[in-house]
Design a protein around this ligand. Structure first.
Ligand code: PMP
Length: 308
């Protein structure tokens, strides 16, 4: 799944050619993982190209920077305008958007404070993250032998580059074992999330999802699913649950910007429910696509890119 080049990448206020979007090898971020980023989707909706929940993503980005005592050179308004500008410059209708703030070239020690806070925005066309059939058929996953970080180690509410070393351990182990993705437990043994997705579980018509203190990234799609599920009159419980709940769940699904709402049909080769995507998962998928495809947007979640 090699990235498909587009024309321009935005770097510190300028649109540069894709092949010229380079940084110095001694940039702090390369050595110490000091970046904070977002993954956002722009959908080609029935009413035009629209970014899904841009405000929520920018909230999280600026929150990640605050946790790490890092000041952005750009205001939220400037970032918002720059994201739209980058999509327009590449004439894309639908794309994945990757704004990234990082500690650049300056000093080489661990202390980041002498390194500039640089910013880039890349966009590219990205299909179905967990495979073409994943959304319809569901995926087979395992419980990872790797856990998510313990509290007060790596802050999981920040979407920081360094956190994704943990995600890479989860993902590569899952692939080595023949699975599409892994579910990690937190350091207390409760269910946390996938390497790049939040998790939902349905049991007896109640929709469960792990809480913030189970070492999750507070996903924008997770927040969306909670709202949609409550609007469909399901009880949504945010609370810790043990590993064994996975095996006896009626339905399970991952959600995330890249993964959207992806049903899970088995965990550790144990079928979930009937081993097929369940009815509540499908209903939530339908509601989600009603917003991002049909632009049926009563929540004001869509930001239209070409009508500025
Ligand atoms: N958890 C992790 C570790 C992630 O990387 C992502 C993707 N950003 C998510 C959850 C889902 O978050 P979102 O819905 O905001 O994409």
């Amino acid at each position: 799944m090699a990235v498909k080049k587009v024309e321009k990448i935005w770097m510190n206020g300028k649109l540069v050619n894709w092949d010229d979007a380079k940084i110095h090898i001694l940039s702090h971020v390369i050595h110490y993982g000091s970046s904070w980023f977002e993954g956002i989707r722009c959908y080609n909706t029935a009413k035009g190209s629209a970014i899904f929940r841009l405000d929520a993503h920018l909230d999280r980005l600026y929150g990640s920077l605050k946790i790490y005592r890092t000041e952005s050179r750009y205001t939220r308004q400037q970032m918002q305008a720059a994201i739209a500008e980058t999509i327009r410059a590449n004439k894309l209708k639908a794309c994945y958007i990757r704004p990234i703030v990082y500690r650049g070239y300056g000093d080489v020690g661990v202390n980041p404070l002498q390194c500039p806070v640089d910013t880039a925005i890349a966009v590219w066309e990205w299909g179905k993250y967990l495979g073409a059939e994943a959304l319809e058929q569901g995926i087979d996953v395992c419980v990872s032998s790797w856990q998510r970080p313990a509290p007060n180690t790596f802050p999981t509410m920040a979407k920081a580059g360094g956190n994704y070393l943990n995600s890479q351990l989860i993902k590569t182990e899952a692939i080595a074992e023949g699975y599409v993705e892994g579910i990690a437990l937190d350091s207390f043994g409760n269910v946390s999330e996938g390497s790049g997705e939040n998790l939902f579980l349905v049991k007896d018509n109640i929709v469960y999802t792990p809480p913030l203190y189970s070492a999750i990234l507070p996903g924008v799609t997770r927040s969306t699913v909670k709202i949609l599920a409550r609007e469909l009159d399901y009880e949504v419980v945010e609370g810790p649950f043990p590993r064994e709940m996975l095996y006896i769940a009626d339905e399970l699904f991952f959600c995330g910007t890249a993964a959207e709402i992806t049903p899970i049909r088995s965990v550790d080769k144990v079928n979930i429910g009937t081993g097929k995507p369940g009815p509540i998962t499908k209903k939530l998928q339908r509601e989600f696509f009603e917003v991002v495809q049909n632009a049926n947007d009563k929540h004001g979640w869509l930001y239209f890119v070409y009508n500025d």
